[in-house]
Design a protein around this ligand. Structure first.
Ligand code: NAP
Ligand code: MG
Length: 495
């Protein structure tokens, strides 16, 4: 295992992190703290302040003051420069942040370093450019002799609630557009993975962001998260996480009718036609489900394979699964780290039992690894369930682990019918050499993103979000600006 960055050692040596409220690092008002664990070792890493309702009140007051004060006075160009400076600072600390993410969350260092960090940096740079381009329009009205124009204004104070699968990257996905649009923010990271958000908080101050513009509230969903969502001073909440909590957020937002955007779970279909490049489809299907240990909202967890090539695909993806090297994320050459928490491990192993009980067969995996060296971590074997149908529990419910259910289909109509027979609609994949078939499937699949002969490709410039119970609102790209702005129509009598 490589020596950890001395900056990470120094960060951990502090023993406890605080809340960032109004530019100050403070303990929770009631002194509450919680431990965050290293999932590879089942050991505590640090203690963190646990924000309660009083802390949320103080953070909302600080964010509201900044929204009307210091932040409002900053020009769009200066806002853009601040975002760019934040990106530069994340880049400066990228190695340390990647290691800290691995220790707190479990993912292989390669993923944190080569994917999460670059995506986070790129996000700040992409939205830095938008700060100066939030234009209004003049409307040719027929109501009389009037000048009518529109202005795009920030919402005010927004709550950003994120999960544990891509902690720093999802913080960037929410903070960058919210700030570019001129909002002030309360960020609540997941209880399992608070540490990179705390580090980011320091960088925001170093970049010169005025106090109160971003407040960071580590803590629990039921306390800090619920207090943010129910707060009358919060104008909008952007949430990524489970569909169950998404429903809670909508309910809690009813009090002041705050705007909500939800990026929720999925049970995404990945469809392989017999005429596909089979090697590419096998590699793509493995990547679609095993990336990030399957802890991915768009994971291709239902692999639909045309009957003629079903056995070939099962054999191919099983070989890929068996070749994945499990181990602590900081170890060189590791492909699969532990799951994020014991809770998640129990949840995933529960589904492994459910698959067998429903009559599916684990072609590979199906349990916890035998390797004693991995005994303390929350590891689970990459698993391929064959002989499965679309109505089994493992094909209906989001597992959020490295478990793929392989289901046969007859023809394109059958593939689309089965793919769409779910309450979710986040991602979908199509593998074929037939361009017409590919586009017809893309049109028929009810999902926010469709990947043709690829999977899980993202770019800060391209919108991402769900159909159906996978949520609403779009992140990334210019569509994301709708979420964090509101339009004012101004009338001037010219008569
Ligand atoms: P979760 O409970 O939905 O957590 C997501 C975020 O919401 C966390 O910051 C959480 O805080 C917060 N939260 C929880 N209850 C809340 C409430 N009542 N009001 C406001 N915020 C609240 O997800 P989870 O329990 O960590 O994972 C459960 C399942 O969710 C997974 O197995 C997976 O199926 C799904 N999930 C989906 C995504 C995705 O990217 N769409 C990501 C993660 C999980 P705490 O961390 O303190 O609970
Ligand atoms: Mg939770």
């Amino acid at each position: 295992m490589p020596a950890t960055d001395p900056r990470v050692e120094a960060f951990l040596a502090a023993g406890q992190t605080k809340l960032l409220i109004g530019g100050n690092w403070v303990d929770a008002a009631d002194g509450a703290t919680f431990a965050t664990l290293n999932p590879a070792a089942d050991e505590p890493l640090m203690r963190c302040a646990s924000a309660g309702a009083q802390d949320v009140d103080r953070a909302v007051a600080a964010a509201a003051a900044a929204a009307e004060g210091s932040w409002r006075k900053i020009t769009p160009s200066e806002r853009g420069k601040l975002l760019w400076r934040i990106a530069d600072l994340i880049e400066r600390d990228a190695d340390a942040l990647a290691q800290l993410e691995v220790l707190d969350m479990g993912k292989p260092l390669r993923l944190a370093r080569d994917d999460d960090l670059p995506m986070a940096i790129d996000h700040f740079r992409y939205f830095a450019g938008w700060a100066t381009k939030l234009e209004g329009e003049t409307i040719p009205v027929s109501a009389g002799s009037y000048l009518n124009y529109t202005v795009r204004e920030p919402l005010g104070v927004v709550g950003l609630i994120i999960p544990w699968n891509y902690p720093l990257m999802l913080a960037a996905w929410k903070l960058a557009p919210a700030l570019a649009c001129g909002n002030t923010c309360l960020l609540k990271p997941a209880e399992q993975t608070p540490l990179t958000a705390v580090w980011l908080g320091r960088l925001l101050a170093e970049a010169g962001l005025p106090p109160g513009v971003v407040n960071i509230l580590t803590g629990f969903g039921e306390t800090a998260g619920a207090a943010i969502t129910g707060h009358p001073g919060v104008a909008g909440v952007a949430f990524t996480g489970s569909t169950a909590v998404g429903r809670e957020i909508v309910r809690a937002s009813a009090g002041n009718l705050k705007r909500t955007a939800l990026e929720l779970g999925g049970k995404s279909p990945n469809v392989v036609f017999a005429d596909a490049d089979i090697d590419a489809a096998v590699a793509g299907a493995a990547h679609a489900i095993f990336y990030n240990m399957g802890q991915d909202c768009a994971a291709g967890s239902r692999l639909f394979v045309q009957a003629d090539v079903y056995d070939e695909l099962v054999a191919g993806i099983s070989a890929k699964a068996a070749a994945l090297r499990l181990g602590p994320g900081l170890e060189e050459g590791v492909d699969q780290g532990p799951l994020v928490s014991r809770e998640q491990l129990d949840r995933v192993t529960g589904y492994l039992h459910a698959g067998v009980a429903d009559g599916a067969v684990a072609a590979v995996g199906g349990g916890r690894p035998a390797d004693a060296r991995l005994g303390r971590g929350y590891y689970v074997e990459p698993t391929v369930f064959a002989g499965a149908t679309n109505t089994m529990t493992i094909a209906r419910e989001e597992i959020f682990g490295p478990v793929v259910t392989v289901i046969p289909f007859r023809d394109a109509d059958d593939a689309v019918l089965q793919s769409n027979a779910t309450s979710y609609g986040l991602g979908a994949g199509v593998w074929t050499r037939d361009i017409k078939k590919a586009h017809r499937a893309a049109a028929a699949l009810k999902a926010g993103s469709v990947w043709i002969n690829c999977y899980n490709v993202y770019d800060a410039a391209s919108p991402f979000g769900g159909y159906k119970e996978s949520g609403f609102g779009r992140e990334m790209g210019r569509h994301n600006l709708e979420l964090y702005t509101q339009v004012k129509s101004v009338w001037v009598d010219l008569s």
